[in-house]
Write a protein that binds this ligand. Structure first.
Ligand code: BGC
Length: 759
């Protein structure tokens, strides 16, 4: 029977492969035929991506004369155009008024939801729930395609280990294994199993490569990294997206080995296509071709030729390809073959989206009202947001709050629609979001008396406010004096049984071009927290931020802390669900929270040193600091629940395996508390002896397990040689025989361990 099933499976996959090869032949013939009729200018036109403005311009320029350019066949794709009517109008210019009638791509940055906004990606990742993340991407695709879009500049999978970098908000944190799972889930969510469906869109993995390793956490800064680190720690999520069939890739702004990614042949061709077999197209980041002039790589003609030859196919906004490639071709600086190759890749993407069959496939005026920001999508946003929160501290079980008595809700983010959506929510309308005050009223019912006071400004620094308020008011400096606001908050606290303080960052204090050298709470809010604590009332901090903040003082002072990121359209309801215990928090950190910025970069999977610290106390001639312990404030994988979980010892079914065998590691997990709840059981591995230095621990598996109060369950993981592989000095992906440790536990630091051997 087993054999029969196997034979059938082989047959099915053979026939699927045969079908794919036939489809490819059909596509190739169609495109070859089309390209035969195209002039060189028309081919170059396909390589041009423009934005007519109206969205958020992230560079100094926006495109001009867009309509005329489309009609002249000088545009391959647009972004920043939304809504079936507008998309139809632009598509009409392309398919009715150009000679070749080639449809346009319509792109957008749909990073964590389109109109229904989900938590920022860093928050989403803290759910450790792949089905949930895929669902958020699915809904984002549904809403975006309902508004005429067919191409998404997401997922952003840059590993980020420096919370000074504002774009840490946009990715899945510090870990390559988790990041890879999330990359896959998002690609699946956007593209589905068929990109021609009117509800799916092409994804674009970005920023290729290493953008998250910008030196000193300063955006757009240079990166420098060994191949070993790159292959083992930074590249896996990009590769996972490629393996999941992502249709496009965006090159990054930074340089790699002193050549900007956008003009780096090793990156865009040797690695991406040669080594990984990527067959989609590569788009530049916003004017990143032109920016190679500032990098010192030559004038616009030189950098455009460099980019094309490196393997870049589409030029975002800068029009270096459009304006200089004809000349470069004449002068022999690029070849027609190179232009053809990039043009073919763009046309293939359009073909795969089904645009040649029906350029209006994504245009349906009846869809927006039915599919965008509906009760269903809001419900999903609320559920997903609640699952992204991380309970950092909960002394005296002050949480969940009782649905009775008096609560003082204070803080600049307590009743603030403008900062719920978070960074990179360009299509979302802040006014459609639910602030915490409203959410608490919705969830608490009539038994609770909520007294609200703003208490402080996000910051009193008017200059910072001006820098942050570029896309609308995010920091609103009150007309009242700080003292007056503080007094009001303290009075509210005195009247209450418990204080909930919503503090943190404005949404645009993280994100693109929003690096911070000081990642503590702004002083205005620190003062508020101190004053509230002084009242002697229990203080619950609801932390909103786009990055790990350094919260040592707040951790000392307060009774409880719930990290809620920027939680999206349903922020207030979701936070209230968790505060009042309608949902028991289950999120775990995916980026380490440092004690202070001096510990940065800090991440759990650091490589071994020859002089490891043996305790938290300073010891001379060990790898440690005079002024701060090595340990973070909250490690990767950390997060509490209203219930408690206990872990039994790690049991292995055997202690040694051959390369083609597997070991099963099992722990008994028990919910020892009073609440039903979910726990993210994490499995880490350490390669004890190896030809290169290896991380002290690497995540290699996790399961989110639901247990009723008092319930126990065996949780098992299968470990194969695949989990032990790494890139060695020759960059071969190998598992070396020898000793390994396996750790299973509730965070990267709190684990039980066992030993095994690979023969
Ligand atoms: C960002 C990209 C984004 C692009 C288009 C750039 O500044 O780095 O992530 O996709 O703008 O909006």
């Amino acid at each position: 029977m087993k054999k029969l099933i196997l034979a059938l499976a082989v047959l099915v996959s053979l026939s699927a492969a045969a079908q794919r090869s036939q489809d490819k032949k059909k596509m190739d013939a169609f495109i070859t035929n089309l390209m035969k009729k195209m002039t060189i200018e028309e081919k170059i036109g396909q390589l041009n991506l423009v934005t007519p403005g109206g969205g958020i311009a992230t560079g100094a320029v926006v495109s001009s004369n867009v309509e005329a350019k489309i009609k002249e066949g000088k545009v391959g794709g647009l972004f920043g155009v939304h809504g079936p009517e507008k998309v139809r109008q632009a598509q009409d210019f392309a398919v009715k008024q150009t000679r070749m009638k080639i449809p346009l791509l319509f792109g957008s940055d749909v990073i964590h939801g389109y109109k229904t906004i989900f938590p920022i990606p860093l928050g989403l990742s803290a759910s450790w729930d792949m089905a949930l993340i895929e669902r958020s991407a699915r809904i984002a695709a549904l809403e975006s395609t309902a508004n005429g879009l067919n191409w998404n500049f997401s997922p952003m999978v840059d590993i980020a280990r420096d919370p000074r970098w504002g774009r840490v908000a946009e990715g899945a944190g510090e870990d390559p294994y988790l990041g890879s799972q999330i990359a896959r889930a998002m690609v699946r969510g956007y593209q589905g199993d068929d990109m021609t469906k009117p509800t799916t869109m092409m994804a674009c993995v970005k920023h290729f490569i290493l953008y998250g390793a910008a030196e000193a956490g300063r955006d757009y800064n240079t990166t420098d990294m060994s191949r070993i680190k790159m292959f083992n720690e930074y590249l896996p999520p990009y590769k996972a997206a490629i393996d999941a069939g992502v249709g496009s890739v965006m090159s990054s702004f930074n340089d790699i080995d002193a050549v900007p990614a956008t003009g780096n042949k090793w990156v865009l061709t040797d690695l991406l296509r040669g080594r990984w077999g990527f067959d989609g197209f590569v788009v530049s980041d916003y004017t990143s071709v032109n920016e190679m002039i500032a990098h010192g790589m030559g004038d616009l003609q030189a950098v455009s030729a460099l980019a094309l030859k490196a393997g870049l196919d589409m030029d975002m906004v800068g029009e270096g390809f459009l304006t200089t490639l004809p000349k470069s071709l004449k002068e022999g600086k690029v070849t027609e073959k190179e232009i053809d190759q990039s043009c073919r890749r763009i046309l293939e993407a359009k073909y795969k989206l089904g645009l040649f069959d029906d350029p209006y496939r994504y245009i349906d005026t009846s869809r927006p009202a039915k599919e965008i920001l509906t009760a269903d999508t809001r419900k999903a946003a609320r559920e997903i947001a609640a699952r992204s929160f991380v309970l950092l501290k909960n002394n005296n079980q002050v949480l969940p709050l009782k649905k009775s008595g008096t609560i003082a809700l204070v803080g600049p983010l307590a009743n603030n629609k403008n900062n719920m959506l978070g960074t990179w929510a360009v299509s979302g309308d802040p006014q459609t979001s639910i602030p915490l005050l409203e959410g608490m009223k919705n969830v608490a019912g009539n038994g609770v008396n909520i007294i609200y006071a703003k208490g402080a400004n996000i910051t009193n620094d008017t200059l910072l406010a001006k820098k942050v308020n570029v896309f609308g008011t995010r920091i609103d400096i009150d007309k009242r004096s700080p003292e007056e606001m503080l007094k009001e908050a303290v009075e509210a606290a005195r009247k209450a049984d418990v204080v909930v303080a919503a503090v943190g960052e404005a949404s645009e204090m993280s994100g693109e071009s929003s690096s911070r050298s000081d990642i503590t709470l702004p002083e205005s809010q620190k003062k508020l927290v101190r004053a509230l604590v002084q009242t002697g009332k229990p203080v619950v901090l609801v932390m909103m931020s786009g990055r790990p903040l350094a919260l040592e003082e707040e951790n000392e002072l307060t009774t409880a802390m719930l990290q809620t990121w920027h939680a999206g359209s349903e922020a207030g309801n979701a936070i209230a669900d968790v505060l009042f215990g309608d949902y028991n928090p289950s999120g775990k950190l995916t980026a380490t929270f440092p004690r202070n910025v001096g510990q940065v970069p800090i991440y759990y999977s650091q490589r071994t040193t020859g002089r490891p610290a043996t305790s938290e106390e300073f010891k001379k001639f060990q790898s440690n600091y005079l002024d701060v312990p090595n340990s973070p404030l909250f490690p990767f994988g950390y997060g509490l629940s209203y219930t408690t979980f206990s872990y039994g010892d790690v049991k292995l079914n055997k202690n040694s395996m051959k390369p083609n065998e597997a070991i099963t590691a099992t722990v008994t997990l028990t919910n020892t508390g009073k609440y039903d709840g979910e726990e993210v059981v994490q499995l880490y591995i350490r390669d004890v002896v190896c030809s290169i230095t290896r991380p002290v621990k690497e995540l290699k598996g996790f399961q989110k397990v639901f247990l009723k109060a008092g319930e126990s369950k065996e949780v098992s993981f299968k470990i194969t040689a695949e989990d032990l592989k790494f890139y060695n000095s020759e960059l071969n992906y190998v598992a070396e025989p020898g000793d390994f440790k396996v750790f299973i536990g509730t965070s990267s630091q709190e684990v039980k361990e066992a030993d095994f051997k690979l023969q």
